[in-house]
Design a protein around this ligand. Structure first.
Ligand SMILES: [Zn+2]
Length: 267
């Protein structure tokens, strides 16, 4: 199998996703195999969410003035006819301001932006995009937006936990540290840091680190689960439907009648 070379233009393409595993594809497979396969095969485009736009807005700012300007121009849905940000997005500007006015945040966010990394891991090629890459400083950083940084979030597998755990950010940072280490032949991991900023007004902020022991556990977990994913993606194994997501709802063909009590089972 020849694997195409990654670049900025093809990074998010289906062609690349067919060959490369990524943190988001891994998470997507855990949520719903059927939806993920349909997306990779170009049969399903998940609708863009408000939360996604939020993240993209703040990341475009992080990349620099030119990218931010282009993003604003190419995303008219963010703005009213008068050219003002819609109310629900106005806090995004507050978030940027909160980061800009904090020396520690700005220090941690200094480095090369949106750096593509790739390496073979668990027998398959992986790709990743690091928000801020600073190998000379011994670290890399990821900017995360969240509703709140300190509230407990419910995750069906772990129970109540921090937003960092609930959204799989520890696994993501562990993957990036390991992919980067393999790519460069480094013996140690760079220190992964998360700059978190909340959508509250005024926004909360934090620079967050993760212990290496926990990152190792996350990588072991991924190694355990990746076998099934590879079988589905490359081995012709039938993808399971979760019967819960937008894709499954959109493609659901009923074949039996259910008792009313089944409506709230397992959710
Ligand atoms: Zn599904």
């Amino acid at each position: 199998m020849t694997v195409p070379i990654l670049n900025k233009e093809n990074y998010y393409s289906n062609e690349i996703d067919k060959h490369y595993m990524s943190n988001s594809q891994y998470k997507s497979f855990l949520k719903c195999e059927a939806a993920t396969m349909a997306e990779i095969n170009g049969e399903w485009n998940p609708p863009t969410s408000e939360a996604l736009l939020f993240g993209q807005y703040v990341h475009a700012w992080l990349e620099g003035e030119q990218t931010f300007g282009e993003f604003k121009k190419n995303t008219p849905s963010l703005f009213t006819q008068k050219g003002q940000l819609y109310k629900q997005y106005q806090v995004a500007d507050l978030m940027i301001e909160a980061i800009q006015n904090d020396d520690l945040c700005m220090f941690v966010l200094s480095g090369e932006k949106e750096v593509i990394i790739s390496a073979e891991l668990f027998g398959v090629p992986w790709k990743g995009k690091i928000d801020v890459y600073n190998p000379a400083g011994g670290r890399f950083a990821d900017l995360k937006t969240a509703r709140s940084l300190r509230e407990k979030v419910w995750n069906p597998e772990i129970g109540y936990c921090s937003f960092v755990e609930a959204y799989g950010y520890i696994a993501q940072m562990a993957l990036y540290a390991e992919i980067e280490r393999r790519m460069t032949g480094r013996s140690e991991w760079l220190e992964p840091l998360i700059v978190g900023v909340s959508k509250e007004a005024p926004p909360d902020k934090a620079v967050i680190n993760i212990d290496e022991a926990r990152m190792e556990i996350e990588l072991e977990e991924i190694e355990k689960r990746i076998e099934r994913i590879i079988q589905v993606k490359h081995g012709g194994e039938k993808p399971k439907r979760c019967e819960n997501c937008k894709y499954c709802r959109a493609t659901n063909q009923l074949n039996h009648i259910i008792h009313f009590s089944e409506l709230i089972e397992n959710h």
